[in-house]
Design a protein around this ligand. Structure first.
Ligand SMILES: *Cc1c(COP(=O)(O)O)cnc(C)c1O
Length: 430
């Protein structure tokens, strides 16, 4: 116990955690190990992980195949620079990514994190126009409630309200924002759903380098799930006005929505595709930006090349564990599992709808969202979830879960029951 206290005290005093105060730090859980869907705490308690460590651990923790792959690669070569050098883990991974995605996507740029893959996508789009002599096209058209990462370029296309525009407004690149799509996944389409987006395109297309959005599910900016028809309409406008289309599938990629990639719900293929998070099964930080021949040709007009090259580009350990993760995914009944999770979430979360504090319940694939009428008390709610034996971390007015695909029905039931119980308690103390 003494050890734990001193560790947590040191942490509190010296270590930054995401979006948190160093001067008024919140309580931390000290996790000592993780296996399957369980996080084990220092006191021996086990929590069912409802977050998949932010969308990434789709196979759960301590996965024998992934452990084996990374250990094996470690003995061979943990890292080597990617300038002038290549290696099998990167080549194998690029092959897999190109096989899994649409035939038109033919080129892979490896990045060290999701935010960086978004920066690279944005640079591809900007260089595409620049190289061909069009200096007008410097803006991006993004969506409200969008989230694309925390680096400067990525922040500039995040939701202007829930994102960090308030703080960095004067230094962020000024982009254009269409309202967040309001047409639900199954809703009957009405032209009014796309009219604001269309007007922005019609008025500004000469300045727009690319449209960037998260297809079907907007994640960390608002957990919004919307109609595939919206993507078809966006694609139609991009074709008509010759705009590049960037899909950020860092959260939705690799099966989470019930399709391998969310764009498959609409059969709309982007010019540039960002993937990350679940790519390594949550073992290491890795992401990639994929693109097509049109973009490569455009970027490389007049003797230019794409200007990016991270130190840890295509890190062999990360590529190797990604290869093992994607093999495990494609050889597993992942779609059956995800659709099964979807059915259970729909059935079990629906009773939250009866609570007065609940505004909406929505589910797609292995994602379940309960939207409240008011913001949650994060500290209170995190603790309440831990008391229920689960790890769920809400934000704003959103309580949501996206468990590992390997979760059993009994474990999932514990998660959804905890969601209901904790929201009910929260309602009672208001
Ligand atoms: C998490 C996320 C990012 C940023 O990825 P990092 O690896 O955290 O930099 C970008 N876009 C989406 C949709 C994400 O969910």
């Amino acid at each position: 116990m003494i050890k734990k206290t001193t560790m947590l005290e040191f942490d509190k005093k010296h270590i930054w955690h995401p979006y948190s105060s160093m001067q008024e730090p919140s309580d931390m859980q000290l996790v000592t190990s993780a296996s399957g869907v369980y996080l084990e705490l220092e006191n021996g308690d086990k929590l069912i992980d409802g977050m998949s460590s932010w969308w990434s651990t789709i196979h759960g923790y301590n996965v024998p195949q992934l452990n084996h792959a990374i250990t094996h690669q470690l003995q061979n070569m943990s890292h080597v620079m990617f300038g002038g050098i290549t290696h099998k883990p990167a080549i194998d991974l690029a092959k897999k990514l190109l096989e899994m995605t649409d035939d038109s996507l033919d080129y892979v740029f490896f990045c060290d994190s999701g935010s960086v893959s978004v920066e690279v996508a944005m640079k591809m789009a900007l260089q595409f126009h620049q190289s061909q002599g069009d200096t007008q096209k410097t803006k991006f058209l993004a969506l409200e409630k969008g989230y694309h990462g925390d680096t400067m370029g990525a922040m500039s296309v995040c939701d202007p309200v829930t994102g960090m525009h308030g703080i960095f407004n004067d230094v962020l690149h000024k982009n254009l924002f269409a309202p967040s799509p309001t047409c639900q996944y199954d809703a009957k389409w009405d032209d009014s759903y796309i009219s604001a987006f269309r007007e922005l395109v019609e008025e500004n297309h000469k300045q727009i380098a690319a449209v960037i959005l998260e297809p079907i599910v907007q994640g960390a900016g608002g957990m919004n799930i919307y109609s595939p028809e919206y993507l078809k309409q966006v694609k139609h406008l991009c074709d008509r006005y010759d705009l590049l289309l960037i899909f950020d599938e860092i959260a939705t990629g690799f099966g989470r929505t019930g399709k391998l990639f969310a764009y498959e719900h609409a059969n709309v293929i982007p010019d540039i595709l960002c993937v990350g998070k679940a790519i390594t099964g949550g073992y290491m930080s890795l992401a990639a930006t994929l693109t097509n021949q049109k973009v490569v040709k455009g970027v490389e007009s007049n003797g230019n090349v794409l200007m990016h090259g991270p130190t840890f580009m295509a890190n062999p350990l990360a590529c190797c564990v990604a290869n093992a993760s994607l093999e495990l995914l494609t050889s597993s009944p992942w779609q059956e599992r995800v659709l099964n999770i979807q059915d259970i979430l729909k059935e079990q979360l629906s009773k939250c709808q009866a609570l007065a504090i609940v505004k909406d319940v929505r589910v797609l694939g292995a994602i379940g969202v309960v939207e409240l009428n008011q913001h949650v008390d994060l500290a209170w709610m995190s603790k309440a979830f831990v008391n229920e034996g689960v790890w769920i971390r809400p934000f704003l007015n959103l309580v949501y879960i996206m468990p590992p695909f390997i979760i059993t029905k009994a474990e999932l039931t514990t998660l959804t029951l905890a969601v209901y119980t904790v929201i009910l308690k929260f309602e009672e103390i208001q």
